[in-house]
Design a protein around this ligand. Sequence first.
Ligand SMILES: [Fe+2]
Ligand SMILES: [Fe+2]
Length: 222
Amino acid sequence: MHINPALKHYIESQIFPKYDKYYSHGILHINNVIQNCLMLAESYNLDPNMSYVMASYHDVGLDIGRDNHEYTSGQVLINDQNLKQFFSSEQLNIMKEAIEDHRGSRKEPPRNFYGKILSDSDRDFDITVLAKRQLATSIKNYPEYHTFPQHFERCYQYIMNRLNQDGNFNLWTNHPILIKRRTEFQSHYLDKPYTESIYKQEWDHIIAANLLDKIKNYYEDY
Ligand SMILES: [Fe+2]
Ligand SMILES: [Fe+2]
């Protein structure tokens, strides 16, 4: 989909570098969310520039802390004077609300449809990606845990608590491509020994690459 080149240049040069000091929410994650958002925007005839921008800002406030990072990120967007040359205040407000409503733990539906596509785009229906992101988040937020079994059990329970009444990980849009990804993901994830083995590989990598202290003390995302 076509993105305004001046807008793209601004985001790539001024916003993406903010993710350099983020580990589990680094630019790889942001790019995944952007790709998903643009795919959904095309499907549902939404504004590609708005979809691109809200995805680019959605986790930028994670250096303040994990709790309420959706509001901090929304504030970064709404206080960014440069965006006013590209969007109306109504568009900016829709993107701010979408960012504020993006978290997967949210029980009520996002207030607008951009929030639904952003939240669905933020799902990691890939165990390897999830293992990398979740273990790092756990290491950063639970310094009282020291062993792999402690972190794995916490991560696994956290994800299992996300299952809705139908036994599925929630999606707001039910887009067929996401449903397909979710079905494949769930069939593997619910096999706990298999999932544990993938998380263990990631844990071993963190230890071998000496990333434990770096995740705790160097990277700034929670
Ligand atoms: Fe987030
Ligand atoms: Fe995210």
